[in-house]
Design a protein around this ligand. Structure first.
Ligand SMILES: NC(=O)c1ccc[n+]([C@@H]2O[C@H](COP(=O)([O-])OP(=O)(O)OC[C@H]3O[C@@H](n4cnc5c(N)ncnc54)[C@H](OP(=O)(O)O)[C@@H]3O)[C@@H](O)[C@H]2O)c1
Length: 314
């Protein structure tokens, strides 16, 4: 199946319509790497994605304290096909200069074992550096050939406008804003962020598109997740989400047995965003890949929107 690529903002950089989130790759603190899954599982997921042409991976210097980037770096050593990497700069308060940004970037490139990455994102907006200085460092990284595009993450409407403006003043487009966006979190739509990004020509990258696995349907009020997700998705939310999951299963049946994961990702794409589901093993990778090559109808998207609104409001 040939994958129709999408362009990141106005950068001319094309990527698959789905990327793969690599937060859990090597991360022991949140995801319990090394217990229920290990590098062999992750490698199988990586290989399946590459074989399907989904060669866009999202990581960050802080994921697994560098382990996620290092693991991708190991995979790249034996991978001859092109791989597109998005990683992130974390604006720690002690990072006050443009030199600090470039040092962090070089650390990421070293762990990944590459000379440049396709997308370098500011992980979150709270920085002691001014927007102008931060974007100036990003522009320098582009000029030095270390990155191809500049993105931000967790930026509000106002901050997205400011970041795009600062880059524009340097003659560069803002490629993307990566935000939490799923059938269980429609804030990017209600806040006007999705509209603004459309207006500015900035791509929206949707993180946690499966609501950290809740939209897979594997967690129920009787069997909730046993890790950090327990606090975020309490029992009463797991109860509420069952109606939405029921509709997702029904729609999945109408499409020849699509899973709720595939419905969740297809819905994000219908909203014009690029979902980056986190996958830990072959089965999860194959499930995510099944979101490609078909589309929800407009009336199915509308029905999912209504069910999602009810779930969020209740
Ligand atoms: N920029 C930011 O601030 C930020 C924040 C969060 C995430 N992200 C990025 O977005 C990516 C994805 O977000 P996320 O990992 O938070 O959430 P997600 O993609 O919504 O959910 C991922 C989790 O769902 C479960 N899952 C995945 N596929 C499944 C399947 N087929 N069946 C059953 N369960 C499945 C897995 O956990 P279990 O198997 O343990 O249930 C997996 O770790 C991250 O990897 C990261 O790259 C960015």
């Amino acid at each position: 199946m040939a994958i129709q690529k999408v362009t990141l903002g106005k950068t001319g950089i094309t990527v698959p319509p789905i990327g793969i989130g690599a937060w859990s790759w090597g991360d022991r603190m949140f995801w319990g790497y090394g217990k229920a899954y290990d590098e062999t599982d992750v490698r199988a997921a990586f290989d399946a994605c590459m074989a399907a042409g989904v060669n866009f991976f999202d990581t960050a210097e802080v994921y697994g304290l560098g382990q996620s980037e290092s693991m991708i770096g190991r995979f790249l050593q034996t991978e001859r096909r092109p791989v597109q990497i998005a990683t992130k700069y974390f604006p720690f308060p002690y990072r006050l200069t443009q030199g600090g940004v470039l040092r962090a970037l070089r650390g990421s490139l070293r762990r990944l074992g590459v000379k440049s990455v396709d997308l370098y994102q500011v992980h979150q907006p709270f920085s002691l550096m001014t927007n102008r200085a931060l974007m100036g460092a990003m522009a320098k990284a582009i000029r030095e050939g270390l990155i191809r595009g500049v993105g931000v993450s967790n930026y509000s409407v106002e901050r997205t406008r400011q970041a795009a403006g600062a880059l524009e003043a340097l003659g560069l487009p803002l490629a993307s804003n990566q935000v939490s966006f799923s059938l269980l979190n429609k804030t990017p739509v209600t806040s006007g962020l999705v509209s603004l990004c459309r207006e500015l020509g900035v791509s929206v990258i949707a993180y946690s598109p499966l609501a950290m696995g809740i939209l897979s349907g594997r967690y129920t009020p009787e069997s909730p997740p046993q890790d950090f997700r327990r606090g975020r998705y309490p029992k009463e939310l797991l109860e509420r989400v069952q109606t939405l999951l029921g509709l997702m299963r029904e729609i999945g049946q109408a499409h020849g047995g699509r899973t709720t994961v595939q419905i969740a990702l297809n819905w994000v794409m219908a909203k014009g965003a690029i979902p980056i589901p986190g996958v830990k093993n072959l089965q999860q990778a194959q499930d995510a890949l099944g979101a490609l090559g078909w589309q929800l109808t407009a009336s199915e998207v509308a029905a999912l929107d209504t069910a999602s609104d009810k779930t969020q409001r209740m």
